[in-house]
Design a protein around this ligand. Structure first.
Ligand code: G4P
Length: 528
């Protein structure tokens, strides 16, 4: 197969959802279609259940599961499809945001009963930052949910994306009859069954086809006719280019657990979803079909065996061909590195890969050489844009409680923050260390890992900070003046960028008014 064909057959995406909307179930059904797993239940949910948040072993176990399912690959109709898993728990949201930098598109699952939920909104904000194409799957149609028109309006309003339903539900809950594909004019009748490939669709020539009434009965046939007429009146015809630009999301309805509407979703996905795209770097844009390798690390995961402090860095390949044992250029460290055992993951199996292509993700064993955002090339120096850190929401001061282990603590917190578990800020005077996280649970994880992996002991002291912004200004004198006048509220991130710490959004807004020449950034994107 030619290099170009290898690229064209790859589609790399993530399924995103508020916890419990049905992401794991849908992932599993897709893998069943692709023959990547044989039985239901093979994909463990990586949910960290509320009741177990204080149980470290549970956290560790869950982390193990999430490493195992970090990247899942299956083949469907000759295409090689990579699903990048995203942690469901909100305390690991930052990990999810970063994973989204490594995909070319997403499928967003929405529970038809709950509608748009908090995590859905946050995840979509991240997708919009990168104009990631989105397909929406409205799940759990076998339950009594919101009216589909109301739901679509809610999606458009709260997620700021236009939608176009490509299928339409007929009834819902106990009266759910099936879906009509507006796209290919077929009728899919609902039966609550769970095996892959078991639903048969009925092709109808148009909505007046007598077959429709025969299959649905007069009442539902009439209602479908009215609904579809309304849909066509409200929504513009589907424009694929708007989907690819991240402006318009096609919507499908179904029921993951009943394996209903999943095949239709997959068919649409393989038809529309983009192949690996070009990416912007600090010097130029890189095209996937360039012959030289380039890729970036978007996730680092500590290995579970505490005896070996090695980690796995996940590299998204953007151009060229990755080969085992070949030397590549680690841009930040300016040194050549090679990998004798790069891996891909599937369930509990880690397989060594010999070669990988744009769109693929490989796991690289690492003893501390990698940081999130690091780039590998074949000699050129650049960084990929668009791998931001997000400003944390919860801050605590890290306090060493074992003076004999200060060095271990320093090293441990530095490495854990390289992994992206949390963000570290230095505060002067006194070289104090503030740790910022997106979710509370991270403090437990850090404390536990510092003890288990580095032999260090610490405690976290609460701080009256709930917002932080990176600050820049084109006017260096004004910036210096701001840093001096607000010195008590300034911290420095690991790359020595100044950060303004504040107790509220209100204070930040006040600062913006008072210092119009200073720019306040809620993610680190401005660095690239
Ligand atoms: P998540 O990964 O997004 O967190 O969600 P997950 O797939 O684990 O699904 C959450 C719950 O919703 C599960 O039930 C799952 O069976 C159920 N579910 C998924 N799709 C559908 C659907 O189409 N219809 C209905 N009615 N339920 C659906 P659970 O009780 O939490 O777990 P389980 O014991 O069923 O595995």
């Amino acid at each position: 197969m030619s290099f170009e064909e290898e690229i064209n057959k790859r589609k790399t995406f993530a399924i995103i959802a508020h916890p419990d909307a049905g992401k794991t179930t849908l992932t599993e059904k897709l893998l069943l279609f692709g023959g990547a797993i044989q039985t239901a239940g093979a994909v463990k949910s990586n949910k960290i259940k509320k009741a177990t948040t204080s149980d470290f072993m549970e956290i560790e176990k869950q982390r193990g599961i999430s490493v195992a399912t970090s990247v899942m690959n299956f083949t469907y109709k000759g295409l090689s499809i990579n699903i990048l898993d995203t942690p469901g728990h909100k305390d690991f949201a930052e990990d999810t945001y970063r994973t989204l930098t490594a995909v070319d598109s997403v499928i967003l699952v929405i529970d038809c009963v709950k509608g748009v939920e908090e995590q859905t909104r946050k995840l979509m904000e991240v997708c919009r930052m990168r104009d990631t194409p989105v397909i929406i799957f409205v799940n759990k149609m076998d339950r009594e949910g919101k009216d589909p028109f109301d739901l679509l309006e809610e999606i458009e309003k709260t997620l700021h994306i236009s939608v176009k339903p490509l299928s339409w539900p007929i009834g819902m809950g106990s009266d759910f009859k099936g879906v009509y594909s507006i796209y290919d004019k077929s009728l899919l009748l609902f039966e609550p069954i769970k095996k892959a490939g078991d639903h048969n669709s009925t092709q109808i020539s148009n909505l007046q086809d007598p077959l429709l009434e025969q299959k649905l009965g007069k009442r539902y046939a009439n209602k479908l006719n009215e609904d579809v007429e309304l849909v066509e009146g409200i929504y513009e015809p589907f424009d694929e280019s708007l989907y690819l630009e991240g402006i318009l999301a096609p919507v499908f309805f179904g029921s993951g657990v009943n394996n209903f509407g999943v095949k239709e979703l997959l068919e649409a996905f393989i038809q529309f979803a983009p192949k690996p795209k070009g990416r912007e770097t600090s010097t130029r844009s890189v095209k996937p079909n360039e012959d030289k390798l380039s890729g970036f690390v978007f996730k680092i995961h500590a290995n579970l065996d505490p005896k070996h402090r090695d980690r796995i860095a996940f590299l998204r390949i953007c151009s060229g061909k990755f080969e085992r044992n070949k030397f590549f250029h680690h841009v930040r460290l300016n040194k050549n590195v090679r990998f004798s055992a790069p891996v891909t993951f599937m369930g509990q199996n880690k397989d060594i890969v010999e070669t990988a292509f744009p769109g693929d993700v490989v796991g690289l064993y690492d003893t501390g050489n990698f940081k999130i955002g690091d780039t590998l090339t074949e000699g050129e120096d650049f960084y990929f844009k668009g791998i931001p850190s997000f400003s944390p929401e919860i801050f605590r001061e890290l306090v060493n409680i074992d003076p004999m282990k200060a060095k271990q603590l320093e090293k441990g917190i530095s490495q854990l923050t390289d992994e992206g578990v949390a963000q570290l800020f230095n505060v002067q005077p006194g070289n104090r260390k503030y740790v910022g996280v997106v979710g509370e649970l991270q403090f437990d994880v850090i404390q536990h890992r510092l003890t288990a992996e580095y032999g260090a002991s610490c405690r976290f002291q609460p701080l009256n900070i709930s917002k932080s912004c990176w600050i820049t200004s084109n006017n260096k004198i004004n910036l210096a003046e701001f840093l001096k006048r607000r010195a008590n509220y300034i911290a420095w991130d690991k790359d020595e960028n100044p950060v303004f710490l504040s107790d509220s959004e209100w204070t930040i807004n006040l600062m913006k008014k008072e210092y119009p020449e200073i720019e306040f950034h809620s993610n680190s994107e401005f660095k690239t």
